[in-house]
Design a protein around this ligand. Structure first.
Ligand code: PMP
Length: 434
């Protein structure tokens, strides 16, 4: 299989060696938190297959919901037609949407994955702003942000690795310091808020949106920050008439110990993007939750000169199988108090990780719920990668982001597997860093 893969397949983030190993593991089956390869070896999926499988793999209720949906409606375009799972899921998402300072989120626009939800949100914000009088709207983005790989999403990211090649193609943005950036020192929250204020004073009249990953910058290496920043961002967006976008693709659906990271701050954005855990990690689906005032700006009115329609939508938008999986996921989350489980798992992980934090070579452990980054001192070439390799030899899959090792297990991980996860990490750190 590996020879055939090498001959025919172009994987994301080629080559494998950059963060996995020389050859890909051939995964044949999965159950709960386990991935099982073609040699029958079991690997604990410590990062929920890129932060998605919140209930573990092959959950019987989600499997059954997809199978049942297959019997009735496989696919139908969402352009000019609708279907029951798409309507029911929109209602469920609106009912679950965060509440607090900011508008109610009352409309759901579907997309296919995290990047395309961000892309849709950016285009909505841009069109909204140009329709409300901003000549050349710009986006305010955070340094170290990650919002996806499509061109709009790359433009509002804060990672040169993703920018450098494509810079001439990217949207107009202004970068501001991140409140999670440790290199700014203990005053980082104040520095970041002051910088955002100064940026909005200068560019506010042409800012269409401020976009952030709320409470925790994920793919940059897990940089948590204070809820106060989100309250400041809401206040400044309102003051200057810009929209506020929360990208909850990574943080949504219980990952941080609440349904949405926004709930930690009691702040509601104008647009909220979500994906990953929405289907329990089964099928590609994402969504933009939008405030009514944003939606209304796209309704045609008598005397309009330009188009108000949002000319955007994809072939598989709101695919019924994806919506059915998402509805089953939300049902299980409610019935089994998965958010409570996630909170307890996060607390248990924090306790188990305390001795790891004290190990030589570990610089900092950053955590919000079950979103965890263990930063190791760069003692050799690609130390974080070496730690993940050593954990892999112990049957546990983790993922390095630079020298930060990511743990993002299923929210329902049982105690023995939680112990295995942390023990493998501790042994790997001891092997590599001491
Ligand atoms: N936004 C955030 C905050 C993410 O963490 C990610 C993926 N890591 C994305 C967007 C992009 O999602 P996808 O990979 O599904 O396109």
């Amino acid at each position: 299989w590996i020879a055939r893969d090498n001959a025919a397949v172009w994987h994301p983030f080629t080559q494998h060696a950059t963060w996995i190993g020389d050859d890909p593991t051939v995964v044949e089956r999965a159950e709960g938190p386990w991935l099982i390869d073609t040699d029958g070896r079991r690997h604990l999926d410590g990062v929920s297959s890129l932060w998605t499988t919140t209930l573990g793999h092959c959950h019987p209720d989600i499997n059954a919901a997809i199978a049942a949906q297959l019997e009735t409606l496989d696919h139908s375009t969402f352009l000019g037609t609708t279907h029951i799972p798409g309507i029911e899921l929109s209602e469920a998402l609106i009912a679950l949407a965060p509440k607090g300072t900011g508008p109610d989120l009352t409309k759901v626009f579907y997309a296919g994955d995290g990047s395309s939800a961000v892309e849709a949100a950016l285009k909505i914000a841009y069109q909204y702003s140009s329709q409300t009088g901003r000549a050349r709207p710009t986006f305010v983005r955070l340094e170290h942000a990650y919002h996806g790989d499509t061109l709009g999403a790359v433009a509002v990211g804060g990672h040169d690795l993703f920018h450098a090649t494509y810079r001439p193609l990217l949207l107009q943005t202004v970068g501001v310091p991140s409140p999670g950036d440790r290199s700014l020192g203990p005053d980082r929250l104040r520095i970041a808020i002051d910088a955002l204020e100064a940026t909005m004073r200068e560019h506010g009249d042409q800012t269409c949106a401020i976009i952030v990953e709320p409470m925790m910058q994920g793919a940059a290496g897990m940089f948590d920050y204070d809820a106060e920043y989100l309250r400041a961002a809401r206040r400044l967006a309102d003051k200057y008439g810009a929209l506020l976008i929360f990208d909850e693709v990574a943080t949504g659906f219980g990952r941080t110990g609440k349904m949405w990271a926004a709930e930690h701050a009691g702040v509601v954005p104008d647009l909220l993007t979500c994906g990953k855990g929405i289907t329990g990690g089964y099928l590609p689906l994402s969504a933009v939750l939008a405030a009514e005032h944003v939606y209304e700006a796209f309704l045609a009115r008598p005397g309009d000169s330009g188009p108000r329609t949002f000319f955007h939508g994809h072939t598989y938008t709101a695919n019924p199988l994806c919506c059915a999986a998402a509805l089953a996921n939300l049902r299980v989350m409610g019935e089994q108090d998965v958010i409570g489980q996630a909170r307890r798992l996060g607390e248990r992980l924090a306790k188990l990780l305390e001795p790891v934090g004290a190990m030589p070579g570990v610089t900092e452990i950053r955590r919000l719920g079950t979103m965890i980054g263990v930063e190791v001192a760069p003692s050799r070439d690609r130390t974080g990668f070496a730690v993940c390799q050593a954990a892999r030899e112990r049957g546990v899959w983790l993922r390095p982001l630079g020298d930060t090792v990511i743990l993002m297990p299923p929210l329902t991980l049982a105690e023995p597997e939680t112990d295995l996860l942390v023990n493998a990490l501790a042994e790997a750190v001891a092997e590599v860093c001491e």
